[in-house]
Design a protein around this ligand. Structure first.
Ligand code: ADP
Ligand code: MG
Length: 376
């Protein structure tokens, strides 16, 4: 199996079995020598094989995999939220440093993040894949291992999907279903003047993790016996290869009795998400550079790579944190929480959207997603 160049052993990732315990990532061709062609099982056999261990945990799942459609019961006074994402090999992921188990896990996270960004609880997912015959059954087992690890940890049911062939790369589409009351649903368009801009966790690490992995891939291509040195980048690599969606945040907001006025998940970088919120809400904002939460590894790695950490936080992608606005009245409820950082406030639309730098200069926010950054 040569479609990924290393199989990592990272003790720092706490999913059992996802990684073996080792301080270093070992690069080698997959240790799994088995290579069963998909054609040995056929489409139905493959689906059956991959999904035979799937269990249903949600009370609202009436029928999961195995019929023409899954059946979900509606709960009284609950809104259903639905979100879909499509991931294409070579566009959204590179299997040379993305092990399939991680890809499966991350694909679920990307979708659940959108459900949590509505302040909803995720309940079910469907998974559709297009695969070429360059993938043996064992590769898909790894992918589904990651998917099912995610469904267990995040308590969502895998209730269906579709399987088809592809002439070249791997394509994965996941749809997530969730529920929320109409009192708690949060859209992008509710931000009001003077609201506080709040972000969860810290930013920029996933993008830097990708830079580290790309550098190691080049080292590996030049010398296949080289072992990557990743000890100083464990958090960054983890954020890239095993992101976590913020399932805890809707629950935390409920406990704090805060309903944000607007919310979005940070998939493309802070600046483009702030711009989405402000444009949807027809508002402006001031974002304070010195408030942007950064992990110490982000700061040290930016120094090493000669990158500006603010630029990375603003334009790096794939953090899967949540960005939301709250009324100033709610500030006392959130201010002591280590998961939440106030990074700015909402202004009138005509004031525009600005970054206030450490030097106290005001510069317009521009949307530069991490894709465009990559091209430079
Ligand atoms: P249909 O021909 O009606 O599309 P399929 O044979 O494709 O039915 O699917 C049979 C069952 O397996 C359905 O419940 C479907 O949702 C499920 N399924 C198919 N592919 C996948 C997959 N990749 N992951 C999870 N469930 C799947
Ligand atoms: Mg089908």
């Amino acid at each position: 199996m040569s479609y990924f160049i290393f199989y990592k052993k990272l003790g720092f990732l706490n999913i059992e079995g996802l990684f073996l315990h080792s301080q270093r990532i070992k690069m080698f061709e997959s240790k799994n020598p088995l290579r069963t062609p998909i054609s040995d099982l056929g489409e139905f056999g493959l689906i059956e094989h991959l999904t035979k261990n799937v269990k249903i945990n949600q009370a609202t799942t009436v029928k999961g995999i195995g019929d023409d459609a899954a059946v979900i019961s509606s709960e009284k006074d609950m809104l259903q939220v639905v979100s879909t994402d499509l991931l294409v090999e070579g566009v959204h992921f590179d299997l040379s440093y993305m092990p399939l188990k991680h890809l499966g896990y991350k694909a679920v996270m990307v979708n659940l993040s959108d459900i949590y960004a509505m302040n909803a609880e995720a309940k079910q997912i469907t998974v559709s894949i297009a695969v070429s015959n360059r993938f043996p059954v064992e590769a898909l087992e790894e992918l589904y291992d990651g998917i099912q690890t995610a469904t267990k940890i995040y308590n969502v049911d895998l209730v269906g999907g579709d399987t088809t062939s592809s002439t070249s790369g791997l394509v994965i589409s996941i749809t997530a279903l969730g529920t929320v009351t109409k009192e708690k649903i949060v859209y992008r368009n509710g931000a009001k003047e003077n609201d506080l801009l709040v972000v969860t966790g810290d930013l920029g690490a996933a993008y830097l993790g990708l830079q580290v992995l790309e550098r190691e891939k080049q080292v590996f291509e030049a010398n296949p016996n080289a072992q990557p040195e990743l000890d100083n980048y464990t958090y960054l690599v983890e954020r890239q290869l095993k992101p976590e969606a913020r399932k805890d945040i809707p629950k935390l907001l409920e406990d704090l009795e805060v309903v944000p006025t607007s919310m979005i998940d940070i998939s493309d970088g802070l600046s483009s998400e702030i711009i989405h919120l402000c444009k949807s809400s027809e508002m402006g904002c001031n974002l304070y550079e010195d408030k942007i939460p950064l992990d110490p590894q982000v700061i040290s790695t930016c120094e090493e790579f000669e990158l500006d950490s603010t630029t990375i936080a603003l334009s790096g992608g794939e953090d899967y944190e949540l960005l939301f606005t709250i009324s100033t009245e709610d500030f006392p409820k959130i201010k002591a929480n280590p998961n939440l950082t106030v990074i700015g406030h909402i202004t009138n639309k005509k004031e525009g959207m600005h970054l206030i730098t450490r030097a106290d200069t005001k510069i317009p926010l521009i949307a530069r997603g991490w894709n465009s950054m990559k091209e430079e």
